[in-house]
Design a protein around this ligand. Structure first.
Ligand code: AMP
Ligand code: GLY
Length: 422
């Protein structure tokens, strides 16, 4: 079948690498893709917001499956539009409806959903301009650090963790006043949870689900988890502290009640639920839901997934997930993200990237890359993820580091401590 994948990051390169290998994949198109996805299929510049061109493309190319990598097209209702269109409704669509994607699109909705379904998560208060004074007193009753979250999508910047009460109160007011535009006209204040974070991914048809290997990502820019938050600087899978006992708790207290909750709300959800979790004194809590795979988590999860990805997606679309056997490679995979100097603040694009003639012991997943006059150049903050197998974290990491050193572009920066805390 012909497949259209939407997105342009390392996650989409890893997805296209797996999709291309499936016996079910005839032609693979990636919109817009990057220089890495171009090695797996054909990059196309169609934009789902230009509906008539998008629709004509799907019809002309006889697309039978659409897979959405990032959250924004889902929150924008791309699934709803395809399902409501007489010509596109039969395309297998991997990604939830807008009503399902709101689990990621609204932090307040997600908290309500978790409380309604008795899913362990931090205590919270939703604050808008109407109950700002209640929000300020709620903060007074909490212990530092204070967690403030813009309700809506804010390009990963909408969560503030602050040590000082006066600063937290001022930030709460400024968020309500539009610090993150309409995304923060409503704010979730949360109790701070202290523990180790990890991520679990379920592919669900809204009733049944299968679990993919778990992962842990490293969000801060600096060594030892310091400095500004980023989209993710590296990841590992499996996560050693997530043993069978912890996984059973995650399944029974979090995954199953979440899937049952989707069903109870009759949400049209055929896609990924990404559970952002934290272990506090041996117990798992939900930090956030996302309605997609993580990046760079996908770059360690998919190399471990042996099950044919198209068969998995077909089973999701056709509600036959209970027939699927998830086969996992027992090896460890680490990924190290090479980023542009300055990221996550201002950085330059268009820097020439030099790769060794042959990369051994690693897979190079492109993220912010493109080709200009046939030369590979940087095109984003996160440039490429270097994923490697190993018998354990140090072994896999040494392979990733070896290749991270060999790839060059001006301003290249990466963390050398991915997985070293585990
Ligand atoms: P979120 O976008 O909700 O995942 O939040 C971004 C990051 O902020 C998380 O990955 C955590 O590191 C941190 N965080 C969010 N909520 C909490 C919380 N209640 N307690 C501690 N850390 C948190
Ligand atoms: N790496 C975190 C995310 O994809 O949201």
């Amino acid at each position: 079948m012909n497949i259209l994948l939407i997105g342009s990051g390392g996650r989409e390169h890893a997805l296209s690498w797996r999709l291309r290998d499936s016996a079910h994949c005839t032609e693979l198109f990636i919109a817009p893709g990057n220089a890495g996805t171009a090695q797996c299929g054909q990059n196309v510049s169609i934009d789902y917001k230009d509906w008539s061109s998008f629709k004509s493309f799907c019809i002309d190319k006889q697309i039978s499956m659409i897979i959405v990598g990032p959250e924004i097209p889902l929150v924008d209702g791309l699934q709803n539009k395809c399902k409501a269109d007489a010509d596109l409704k039969d395309i297998h669509f991997i990604g939830p409806s807008a009503e399902g994607a709101i689990l990621e699109g609204s932090k307040a909705y997600a908290k309500e959903f978790m409380f309604e379904n008795n899913i362990p998560t931090a205590g919270y208060l939703k604050v808008t301009a109407e109950n700002l004074s209640e929000g300020l007193s709620y903060l007074e009753g909490l212990k530092a650090p204070y967690v403030l979250k813009a309700d809506g999508l804010a390009a990963g910047k909408g969560v503030l963790i602050l040590d000082d009460l006066a600063v937290a109160k001022a930030e709460l007011s400024s968020m309500i006043d539009g610090k993150f535009g309409t995304a923060s006209s409503s704010v979730v204040i949360e109790e701070f949870l202290d523990g180790l974070e990890f991520s679990v991914f379920a592919l669900t048809d809204g009733k049944e689900y299968v679990l993919l290997p778990e992962a842990k990502d490293y969000k801060r820019i600096g060594e030892g988890d310091t400095g500004l938050n980023t989209g993710g600087m590296g990841a590992v899978s499996p996560v050693p502290f997530v043993d069978d006992v912890m996984m059973q708790k995650v399944i029974s207290r979090i995954v199953e009640p979440t899937i049952a909750g989707l069903d109870k709300r009759s949400l049209d959800f055929k896609g990924f639920v990404f559970f952002g979790l934290i272990e506090v004194q041996g117990e798992p809590f939900v930090i956030e839901y996302n309605c997609r795979l993580g990046d760079p988590e996908t770059e360690v999860v998919l190399p471990r997934l042996k099950t044919d990805l198209v068969e998995l997606f077909l089973a999701c679309s056709q509600s036959t997930l209970s027939t699927i056997n998830i086969e996992v490679d027992p090896r460890t995979v680490t990924t190290v993200m090479l980023v542009s100097g300055g990221y996550p603040e201002a950085y330059a694009k268009g820097k020439t990237i030099t790769l060794p003639d042959e990369v051994t012991d690693s897979m190079v997943f492109h993220a912010g890359t493109t080709t200009k006059d046939d030369v590979l150049v940087t095109n984003g903050g996160r440039v490429m993820a270097i994923s490697s197998y190993g018998t354990d974290i140090p072994h896999a990491l040494s392979n990733s580091m070896k290749n991270a050193e060999k790839i060059s572009f001006e301003g290249k920066y990466y963390r050398t401590d991915i997985g070293k805390d585990l």
